[in-house]
Design a protein around this ligand. Structure first.
Ligand code: AMP
Ligand code: GLY
Length: 423
């Protein structure tokens, strides 16, 4: 088979790396890819949001299966266009992608189908939103409805901060149309985990659990980022909790979508808060998580292509279960200095080869580019250094040893990835 992976981050490097191991695969392309992916497969200079460019390429190259990484392509309806053209693609269609592209859609669906989530209210006028904030007080959470590159959520500690968030989203329009509607919701307390499943709307296969680290500095300090590291499995997701999450969150949502006439095929990612009242859903993503995917896929023993094909055909029932490596996996993200604010790029990365050749280590590239034989930084999140170990402790120790081999000017990484699992 000929496979096209869409995207350019660490998640896509992990997908390409895993897909290339499939016995079904003859050739893999990635659009647009990055410096590390270019080492494995052919990268094509087409951006992830160029739906028609990707369609034309897939037609011309007789691609048998396209796998979509980022939400932007899904929310633009890449799946609908490929299906119309008779091309096989793994991911949800445009209506289903609304689960991530519109938080209002997602929360209203959760409310309608009794999926446990934070109490919330939707607003399309700033003054009403501010009055409501005065009524409920702080802390509270203010969320822009639409896609905002992970920046559309403000955890307000006091009333002024919450009102300021309303002003910037609705009046200053910092996220453009994404802030036309907002949600104000209750602030939940607990530990977070990510549950990802693959579904064809009828069957559901859970992937191994993972925990992300969203804040930029150790001990969860500083600004939210796209994700500074992840580990799998997440010890806090016990078998009992997983059953609860599947029954109350995942199945209710997929069934609810079906009742709304929406057929969901692809990865469904639930961000979960484990509260004292049980697991509650913080948000849905309609794609693989980043960096969760880098920590999950190295543990997957099953052929991912077989599973994605079955899901896209609506034949997931044919895949009995997924088989996992019992070892733990840790992914530590190395970022450019300054990220998630303004950061510098075009710095040469040293020591990649020394790190990559260590046993049980893979270095996934995120924001890198290849120039001649050298690799340079080209984004905020630069690398996801990933290690497998017999225990989380072992995986952590191997991963940080590998990171010690790598350097570039301004390189930053958290030193406590996975340490929550040890407590
Ligand atoms: P979201 O994009 O909705 O997942 O929000 C991003 C992050 O904000 C989540 O991973 C949580 O850490 C935090 N968050 C979002 N909603 C809430 C909430 N209602 N209570 C507490 N934390 C939240
Ligand atoms: N790791 C968070 C996300 O993929 O959105």
């Amino acid at each position: 088979m000929r496979i096209l992976v869409v995207g350019s981050g660490g998640r896509e490097h992990a997908l390409v790396w895993k897909i290339a191991q499939s016995r079904l695969v003859e050739k893999v392309f990635c659009a647009p890819g990055n410096g590390g992916i270019a080492h494995l497969v052919e990268c094509i200079d087409i951006k992830a949001d160029d739906v028609f460019g990707l369609l034309e390429f897939a037609r011309k190259e007789k691609i048998d299966l396209t796998v979509v990484g980022p939400e932007i392509a899904l929310s633009l309806g890449i799946v609908d266009e490929f299906i119309k053209a008779g091309l096989r693609i793994f991911g949800p269609n445009k209506k289903a992608a609304n689960l991530e592209a519109s938080k209002v859609f997602s929360k209203e669906l959760m409310a309608k189908y009794k999926v446990p989530t934070a109490d919330f209210k939707v607003f399309d006028h700033p003054e009403e939103a501010k009055k409501y904030i005065e009524k409920i007080g702080a802390p509270c959470v203010v969320k822009a409805d639409g896609l905002a590159a992970g920046k559309g959520v403000v955890m307000a500690k006091n009333i002024d901060e919450a009102k300021q968030a309303v002003t910037s989203m609705m009046q200053d329009k910092v996220f453009g149309d994404a802030g036309k509607k907002i949600i104000i919701e209750e602030c939940l307390v607990g530990h977070e985990a990510s549950i990802l499943v693959i579904t064809d709307s009828k069957q559901v296969l859970a992937l191994a659990s993972a925990q992300d680290h969203k804040r930029v500095f150790d001990h969860d300090q500083g600004l939210n980022t796209g994700g500074m590291g992840a580990y799998s499995p997440a010890a806090i997701v016990t078998a009992h909790i997983l059953v609860e999450v599947m029954e109350e969150i995942i199945y209710r949502t997929i069934d609810g979508l079906s009742r709304e006439g929406i057929d969901y095929r692809g990865v469904l990612y639930a961000g979960i808060m484990l509260t004292k009242d049980g697991p509650k859903c913080l948000e849905f993503n309609v794609r693989f998580g980043d960096p969760e995917t880098e920590a999950i896929l190295p543990r997957l023993k099953s052929d991912l292509v077989e599973v994605m094909l079955a899901a896209s055909r609506g034949e997931l029932v044919k895949v009995k279960n997924l088989s996992w490596d019992n070892r733990a996996c840790v992914c530590v993200v190395c970022t450019s200095g300054g990220y998630p604010g303004d950061y510098v790029k075009d710095k040469e990365i040293m020591g990649l080869h020394e790190a990559d050749k260590l046993k049980d280590i893979v270095v996934f590239h995120a924001g890198t580019k290849k120039v001649g034989d050298k690799i340079f930084t080209s984004g905020g999140r630069v690398l996801g250094v990933t290690g497998l170990g017999t225990t989380i402790e072992d995986a952590i120790s191997k991963t940080y040893k590998a990171i010690n081999k790598i350097s570039f000017e301004g390189m930053h990484f958290r030193r406590d990835i996975g340490s929550k699992a040890l407590r």
